[in-house]
Design a protein around this ligand. Structure first.
Ligand SMILES: [Zn+2]
Length: 183
């Protein structure tokens, strides 16, 4: 048996702390890895970015004809009480984008049908995930939509089914330079 699974879940949970980029406080657990933009516009010079990209916390339009929704991709962590999450952009078509955008002001997005999409960020420590086929599942009360991968041979599909190890989750969190203190 590995050492971690012999420890009570509450003890494992308390091993991790990080400084929150939103509120600057120290939180327990593992931080979500959040991508601020779709990768295709990440490295644009500021002027070009401002010209081509219309972006909010929830949606993004690039060049007036590419539509992105900000979602959370959640996976289990083996022998850990919490899930691990990535904040990722997913490119979808105009119709679901428009319906979601319009639903934001009335918090009725749970009534939207599942939308086909493609991941628009490369997650660390795995084969490229940009362009990977996915589904956007909308939730109620304005909760961030959830991404699910349909069955495929991609490692990310396997991770979504079976989870990350604690070490892999820590590596993911550290890949974006999040300060992670292990007590
Ligand atoms: Zn916070």
């Amino acid at each position: 048996m590995n050492a971690l699974s012999a420890v009570a879940p509450a003890t494992i949970h308390s091993r991790f702390r990080y400084r929150c980029s939103q509120c600057d406080k120290i939180h327990h657990g593992l931080p979500d890895v959040c991508f601020p933009t779709p990768d295709c516009v990440r490295d644009l010079p500021q002027k070009k970015f401002d010209e081509s990209c219309l972006i909010s916390e929830d949606v993004c339009i690039v060049d007036g004809n590419s539509y992105y929704i900000y979602c959370v991709l959640e996976v289990p962590v083996v022998d850990y009480p919490d899930r691990f999450g990535w904040g990722v952009w997913c490119q979808t078509s105009w119709t679901p984008f428009k319906m979601y955008w319009e639903s934001l002001s009335v918090s009725r997005s749970d009534r939207l049908p599942v939308a086909g999409a493609r991941l628009s960020n490369d997650l660390a420590h795995m084969p490229s995930t940009t362009g990977t086929r996915c589904e956007i599942h909308f939730r109620k009360n304005g909760a961030r939509p959830v991404v699910k991968l349909p069955p495929s041979k991609h490692r990310l599909y396997n991770i979504q089914q079976h989870g990350l190890s604690v070490d892999q989750a820590v590596a993911q969190a550290q890949s974006v330079g999040t300060l992670l203190l292990v007590a």
